[in-house]
Design a protein around this ligand. Structure first.
Ligand code: NAP
Length: 293
């Protein structure tokens, strides 16, 4: 079996180009799309990721403000910063980057991000709106999976899709987006038991668990398209997904690589969402916020 590699690089650059084109249009309309990324950690991989967003934003003509509060930021400080950014007219998109300082929970903080600026779908209001088909930004990673499947013309309507992981940022919103596209969705989690029961009958398997080597060749068949959302940093600094690439290659029909798969598309979508948010906030009648996927 020849397993096709579904690289996200071409799609990411197409989306990045769309964000750039729309940002240019916005500039003509007198809007300067601006993304604020709030960081409160000294975790080096987080800072590396935030710098990569900043560089991509710069290329797309989007202002990116890194609000670095340091690893000792208190919940009060984070609350105040998020409230200020939510009411600041020159900021159109807000991301609260995790991890947060020990003892500070993201749950209540993300609820402070104004829904129209919630370009990574972190506010529970955004998830609730997605659930009932109301206008909202989907988390960029969940949308990236859907965009990848569309880009590679992998049908989901009427097909079985199994999502491994049920977090509010990936698994649950992704299940909603797939249901919206008429897929029959099964969601697995750590208590599901024998995973192959759910993954082998599926046409598409999306793994978003954060567990190295979780999905192996025994969990898939020659018809399975595998989307690997996982990002795990090994002790030697190598980035790997949740899929045991060696054993799945040669068994499954197709597989996204890590890095170079879902992650690259996610970053481009954050930028596209920012420009869409900016235009929707500035020109509410001309560009209305729709379900963003
Ligand atoms: P999370 O909040 O830790 O959720 C992980 C989910 O996986 C949970 O629902 C958990 O089940 C489930 N799980 C854990 N072990 C499992 C097992 N052995 N079998 C089946 N399910 C299992 O993680 P997340 O934020 O959703 O992120 C998931 C992965 O995606 C991480 O590697 C993260 O780094 C990556 N990620 C990548 C991007 C990107 O742009 N590429 C963006 C976001 C996240 P329970 O609910 O039962 O605990």
């Amino acid at each position: 079996m020849n397993t096709t590699t579904l690289s996200g690089k071409r799609l990411a650059s197409l989306i990045q180009q769309r964000a750039q084109d729309q940002a240019r249009l916005a500039q003509h309309e007198g809007i300067h799309p601006t993304l604020a990324v709030v960081v409160a950690t000294d975790d080096e991989s987080t800072h590396w990721y935030v710098r990569s967003i900043e560089r991509a934003a710069d290329r797309a003509g989007i202002d990116c403000r890194i609000v670095d509060l340091g690893p000792d930021a208190t919940e009060q400080v984070l609350t105040s910063v998020l409230k200020d950014l939510s009411s600041e007219p020159s900021v159109h998109g807000i991301i609260l980057q995790t991890p947060l300082p020990t003892g500070v929970a993201a749950d209540s903080l993300v609820g402070l991000i104004a829904p129209e600026k919630d370009i990574d779908g972190a506010n529970p209001l955004s998830l609730g709106r997605l659930a009932v088909g109301r206008p909202a930004f989907a988390p960029a990673t969940a949308r990236a999976v859907v965009e990848l499947l569309e880009h590679f013309e992998v049908p989901v309507a009427g097909r079985n899709v199994t999502v491994v992981g049920r977090s509010a940022v990936v698994g649950k919103p992704l299940a909603l987006l797939l249901l919206e596209r008429d897929a029959t969705v099964t969601v697995c989690h750590s208590k599901s038991g024998a995973m192959e029961t759910y993954t082998r009958p599926a046409d598409v398997v999306v793994v978003a668990a954060g567990r190295t080597g979780l999905l192996t060749g025994a969990h898939v068949t020659e018809k399975t398209v595998v989307i690997d959302v996982g990002t795990n940093v090994l002790p030697d600094g190598t980035l790997v997904g949740d899929v045991d690439e060696a054993s799945v290659t040669g068994v499954a029909a197709a597989l996204t690589p890590v890095p170079g798969g879902v992650g690259s598309v996610t970053t481009a979508l954050l930028l596209l969402h920012t420009v869409e948010a900016a235009r929707a906030q500035f020109l509410p009648r001309a560009s209305k916020l729709t379900v963003m996927a």
